[in-house]
Design a protein around this ligand. Structure first.
Ligand SMILES: Cc1ncc(COP(=O)(O)O)c(C=O)c1O
Length: 374
């Protein structure tokens, strides 16, 4: 039967986004038990959530708490937004929570993008932006980063004017390159007549934010997540900070019960135990510096400076193999040893590998394997 009478032609033609493979599926495929795998491919927190989070979730699973699972979650994530107001210094009225920041990226696009509307993208960057924009039939105009993977502010300004662009997402620091985004560049871009979304998914590792600018800039959005620093990627919880004049429209278009009960409880508990989260972050950033220094000593690898919880590493060619073949080969060689890292088959990234910072033991394993393979 032909699906043409009812299926959207643009969705029919769309290529699926490639997400990370679930650990148990990979374990079965590699014939390695899941708990022997070293997962350094999705920038998750290797230490997991705090004891306070685990206790809050256990309480939800207990006979006394279990009924809360039978009741729809607070559609406004009220307690979580209050806790976030305290954490961010922003009023709760500016905050909306989502099922991961991925959902908030999608909602922001729903707010701005109609078919044919233009979104600017600055590759190499987080792939979800361009992927999601296509779902709205938007036109994505690339404004590539320079050789150091910094954005080209003048080129963005020119493209914004030429295409009357509505939207631009910029991670700060950028994923997968790890470089920070200068506040001066953000201030300049805020003069453009488009919605500028600064994606601070890795804020806690970098320590720099522009949330303080939202009050005076209705065209600025700051997105954050509990997936990276707080060890809650599996529960899917993120939040964004929008100017009051914009946030009221978000409430109209959000699915009512988007953040589940467990995610709200876990995120509130995480914010109540900041000492633990900060300890994890400082262990990870100390390890980032150690891993970077060690990688720099491995012949054929050039790690890039990173302000996040991962390091992107350029791989050079040898007499017998291209850089692209070597980078893909390193990913495969590591995978066969049960170590998962990220390789992007994309322009300007296909001769790189990205390694998430794990525990010291995990990092030692990946470093030892790379010394053997490189
Ligand atoms: C820059 C950036 N934004 C957003 C996300 C998505 O995070 P979440 O798990 O909150 O959907 C990621 C995850 O890798 C990311 O790197």
């Amino acid at each position: 039967m032909s699906l043409a009478p009812f299926l959207r032609a643009d969705i029919d033609a769309l290529e699926a986004y490639t997400p990370i493979m679930p650990l148990d599926v990979l374990a079965a495929r590699l014939g390695i038990p899941a708990d022997h795998l070293v997962k350094l491919d999705a920038n998750e927190n290797p230490y997991g959530p705090s004891v306070a989070v685990r206790e809050a979730l256990a309480e939800l699973a207990s006979p006394a708490g279990a009924l809360r699972n039978a009741i729809y979650p607070d559609p406004e994530s009220g307690m979580l937004r209050e806790a976030l107001a305290h954490y961010t210094g922003q009023p709760a009225s500016r905050i909306v929570c989502g099922a991961g920041s991925d959902e908030l990226i999608d909602l922001t696009m729903r707010l701005c993008l109609t078919p044919g509307a233009v979104m600017l993208d600055c590759p190499p960057t987080f792939g979800v932006y361009a992927f999601d924009a296509a779902l709205y039939g938007a036109r994505v105009i690339d404004v590539p980063r320079d050789a150091a993977f910094d954005i080209d502010v003048a080129a963005i300004e020119a493209a914004a004017r030429q295409w009357q662009a509505r939207l631009l997402f910029l991670p700060a620091p950028n994923n997968p390159t790890g470089n920070p985004l200068a506040r001066t560049a953000i201030l300049r871009l805020l003069k453009l007549p488009l919605l500028l979304v600064i994606d601070e998914a890795y804020y806690e590792f970098a320590g720099e934010t522009v949330v303080d600018l939202v009050a005076d800039h209705p065209n600025l959005v700051v997105l954050r997540t509990f997936s990276k620093w707080a060890g809650l990627a599996g529960l899917r919880v993120g939040y964004g900070i929008w100017h009051e004049s914009v946030v009221r429209h978000l409430w109209k278009i959000k699915q009512p019960y988007n953040v589940n009960v467990a995610a709200q409880i876990a995120a509130v508990a995480a914010l109540g135990d900041l000492d633990y989260q900060r300890q994890c972050v400082s262990r990870i950033t100390a390890e980032r510096e150690r891993v970077h220094a060690e990688l720099a000593h491995i012949p054929g690898l050039t790690p890039l400076p990173s302000a996040a919880n991962f390091v992107l590493c350029r791989v050079s060619a040898t007499a017998s193999a291209t850089a692209v073949a070597r980078a893909a080969g390193l990913r495969d060689g590591l995978m066969h040893r049960g170590i998962l890292i990220r390789y992007f088959r994309k322009p300007r990234l296909d001769d790189h590998i990205r390694i998430t910072i794990g525990t010291p033991e995990q990092n030692d394993r990946v470093l030892a394997a790379l010394r053997e393979l490189a």
